[in-house]
Write a protein that binds this ligand. Structure first.
Ligand SMILES: [Zn+2]
Length: 555
């Protein structure tokens, strides 16, 4: 037996498009929600998914063997579950591939100590064992380069000064409080992007590049990184060391040393060490005590343009409503950072979205619209996989030329803020969705998911859809240890995944996707954005200027 209840909301009448039924209320199918909850909590496969994605195939940096194997495993799993069209869908080019196959780091003098750390992506290996004395050479300005010119040949270079670790008295893991959720539910004035997880306790950091104003300029950062990397290579530096950027305690957070892009400079071998080990070396150098370090690192980097892929699979729409060509999508990014196995970023989201589609398929619920899952790659390098997919299927962000599929995508639901359970949803400035989500989340109040905020959130793949005027949403999640321990660290491992949270997220997302796929109308959309022609990189602008100048000079 099937029970439909009509949740009636004062606001529903305001939204002609948003109201699902002719009575103005949003239909909620409690019978199916009950089945979904039971399947999600009593027969969960979410931790099994997470095990394969992390322990077996992690890390999953885009272009590495790990992500290839994880993608092929996901396709096999989708086939086993009876999904349709499970496949790897190519996009590209991504650029250089990179992965580490061996890493050993030791302090030999003044006493032996193993060093906790990892090779920074897109740096080369040491070509055998490298033994050497470290020197302190913080390079944050052009003047620093002048100062160290000619002094770094064959050296292991510490790129930053010692940065003593403060005492952390607060717990690393936390839940959002009722007060925080209530504050998040209020409209901001004016609408800035909400932080996508609680602020990370960070030590004072050196400026990312000279002239940094507090607002990240990607191109300026890139130019500076290239300049430093060129300098380090030309000076013949043997290897560079940086401390992790968190408060550490054995947890190393680190960024790439080089880049996937062929036009960018390749750095010398580069290692991030846990702050305590880094500081020990720096203090020894400062006190003029001889230090000997030893590294043996093998990284594989193919210096050519390589393509990548997204993984997709479907439950085709069925029934007599004629809606099977309309699509509801859900997804998460399959690629990870290195150091750990990418458990909370974002095996968690992949394990949950895979569980969602398994639940819907297992329960054989009637889905008039097609439900499609996508596991993206290249997210960590700038949402590359989802952007490529949106451009291929829906619309070109630069021209806003729409493809026929643009008219048939009802909405996209993303999960990528760690292991924390769902506490609500960001409307992403689409207030027409408020009565819809209010009705959909109402049956999950007892699971703590009822906050609905007009705010936008950034940092992940729903933005690729939102950018071309398609309804794309990311959920509000408890931060748990995302900022403090796991996000882009060597401790982003299976153990940090919280099973009850992932089960809760799967139940809620399965219900949301089910209701989107069965709703009378497609989801209400915001106004179409204007075309956004790509800004040309400075090199190209410079070249054009020179060409123009030579044409003028020639005539
Ligand atoms: Zn992520």
């Amino acid at each position: 037996m099937r029970t439909f209840i009509c949740a009636v909301f004062l606001a529903a009448g305001l939204s002609a498009q948003g109201g699902g039924g002719h009575d103005g209320g949003e239909k909620v199918d409690l019978y199916t929600i009950n089945r979904i909850r039971n399947e999600a909590f009593q027969n969960s496969k979410v931790m099994e998914n997470a095990f394969y994605l992390t322990d077996v195939y992690g890390p999953r940096l885009t272009g590495s063997p790990g992500i290839q194997a994880a993608a092929e495993w996901a396709v096999r799993r989708f086939d086993e579950w009876g999904l349709s069209n499970a496949k790897l869908e190519k996009w590209g080019p991504f650029g250089r591939t990179w992965y580490c196959v061996r890493f050993a780091a030791h302090m030999k003098e003044p006493q032996y100590s193993p060093l906790i750390g990892f090779a920074r992506p897109w740096s080369p290996g040491t070509n055998g064992t490298l033994t050497g004395d470290p020197v302190l050479a913080p390079i944050h300005t052009e003047a620093d380069m002048e100062k160290f010119k000619g002094k770094l040949k064959g050296k292991i270079v510490l790129l930053e000064n010692a940065r003593p670790s403060p005492l952390i008295t607060a717990g690393l893991a936390r839940r959002l409080t009722n007060e925080e959720l209530a504050a998040e539910a209020l409209a901001p004035d004016p609408s800035p992007e909400s932080p996508f997880f609680a602020p990370i306790p960070r030590l004072p950091q050196p400026l990312p590049y000279p002239g940094y104003t507090g607002k990240e300029d990607h191109e300026a950062a890139r130019k500076w990184r290239n300049k430093v990397n060129r300098f380090l290579r030309e000076e013949g530096v043997a290897l560079t060391l940086i401390p992790g950027y968190g408060t550490d305690g054995g947890t190393v957070f680190a960024t790439a040393a080089g880049s996937r892009e062929l036009r960018d400079e390749v750095p010398p071998p580069a290692v991030a060490l846990t702050l305590e080990h880094y500081d020990r070396i720096a203090r020894l150098i400062e006190k003029k005590t001889p230090v000997t370090l030893q590294f043996d690192i093998e990284n594989r980097m193919e210096n050519e343009e390589k393509d990548s892929f997204n993984v997709t699979a479907e439950i085709p729409g069925a029934g007599k409503t004629g809606k099977k060509d309309e699509v509801v999508m859900l997804g998460a990014h399959l690629d990870s950072w290195t150091g750990g196995t990418g458990a909370t970023d974002n095996a968690a989201g992949c394990a949950v979205t895979m569980e969602v589609i398994r639940i819907l398929k297992t329960l054989k619920v009637d889905l008039p619209r097609t439900v499609r899952i996508a596991l993206w790659t290249g997210e960590e390098q700038g949402l590359l996989g989802s952007k490529a997919y949106v451009k291929e299927h829906f619309a070109d962000r630069e021209t806003m030329a729409l493809k026929p599929e643009h008219a048939r995508l009802s909405g996209y639901f993303n999960l990528d803020n760690g292991t924390g359970k769902i506490r609500g949803v960001y409307l992403q400035d689409n207030d027409m969705m408020r009565p819809v989500f209010e009705a959909w989340l109402a049956p999950f109040k007892d699971l703590g998911a009822s906050t609905i905020t007009i705010r936008k959130t950034g940092g992940t793949d729903h933005l690729s859809f939102d950018a071309v005027g398609l309804p794309g949403f990311q959920f509000i999640q408890d931060p748990v240890e995302y900022g403090t321990r796991t996000h882009h660290s060597n401790m982003d491992l299976y153990d940090r995944l919280q099973q009850p949270d992932l089960m809760q997220a799967a139940a809620i997302m399965a219900s949301v996707v089910y209701h989107a796929a069965t709703r009378d109308q497609m989801l209400p959309r915001k106004e179409l954005p204007k075309p956004e022609p790509k800004k040309k990189p400075e090199e190209e602008k410079e070249k054009e200027k020179q060409e123009k100048a030579s044409v003028v000079a020639g005539h």
